[in-house]
Write a protein that binds this ligand. Sequence first.
Ligand SMILES: NC(=O)c1ccc[n+]([C@@H]2O[C@H](COP(=O)([O-])OP(=O)(O)OC[C@H]3O[C@@H](n4cnc5c(N)ncnc54)[C@H](O)[C@@H]3O)[C@@H](O)[C@H]2O)c1
Length: 290
Amino acid sequence: MNIDDVKKIAVIGAGNMGHQISLLCAIHGYTTTCTDINENILKKAEAFTDSYLPGRVQKGRLTEEQARAARDRITFTASMEAAVKDADYVIEAVLEVLDLKRKIFADLDKMAPPHAILASNSSAIISSKIADATKRPEKVLNVHFFNPALVMKLVEVVQGPHVSDETREISMALCEKLEKVPVHLKKEVDGFLLNRIFGAITREALWLLEMGVASMEDIDKAQVYGAGHPMGTFRLMDLTGIDLTYIMGMEAFRETGDVRHLPSPSVVEKYCNGEYGQKTGKGWYDYRDK
Ligand SMILES: NC(=O)c1ccc[n+]([C@@H]2O[C@H](COP(=O)([O-])OP(=O)(O)OC[C@H]3O[C@@H](n4cnc5c(N)ncnc54)[C@H](O)[C@@H]3O)[C@@H](O)[C@H]2O)c1
């Protein structure tokens, strides 16, 4: 099998990631089926598709004909069996729960054609933990898109020890067809590339603050004006949610036993005070008068 044999893509899960990944595939010429067990989520995904495509035409990014063709290529269905029965490539984007993903991959193995590659968009569950639920482990890998998937260019393609070179090559080539920038991880590692790098930056920024070396404003300024980051660690945490920083740190510690993942004292304090960032009006910065 090679990249030219990939004509039909099925996306499992139509939530935050799945609905955008489906649309991305349809826009780039793939017959795409998007499935979800939740009918409301499917309806929302379809409504998003119907509003997004005309918007792209208005902005001059797609012609009317291209938008119409993309719309014709995408279908939404609550039946996973119907979605994957003739798929060449499947991208799973369901909730981040290991048992659920294992069950879905076992089902996909039975429902999808034997040649189909089964990719997981998981941010944290490596495919080694899922591949043995199937009889085709060499075709099961992590292909990690970033949010929002229609916009963010990076995709991490993670080649665990069970993944064949053919599967990796087709997955990298598919990302390029989708106008993404794929990077190849030659080993499975917790957090993959970017979340690890950001984890390290976040830990350093918190250490500098807690040691009293500089204020959070100045640490953020250093990142923005010295490193060209669009925002510093503290602004970013306020945007994504300090609760998420806390929960992900605890999860990563539980998973790996590595104490570097434990949330730092100031993050624990913010979490316990319910100061999660913009969504609660206060996090590192105060948003209540805005
Ligand atoms: N949200 C992000 O920023 C982000 C970024 C990169 C990767 N991811 C990963 O993508 C995956 C999905 O995340 P999300 O944010 O889109 O989650 P989400 O909660 O928005 O969507 C998950 C969807 O899966 C559906 N689902 C649950 N069980 C199902 C089943 N049996 N069959 C079909 N659909 C089912 C749910 O109804 C829901 O709509 C996770 O593994 C996550 O780690 C998320």
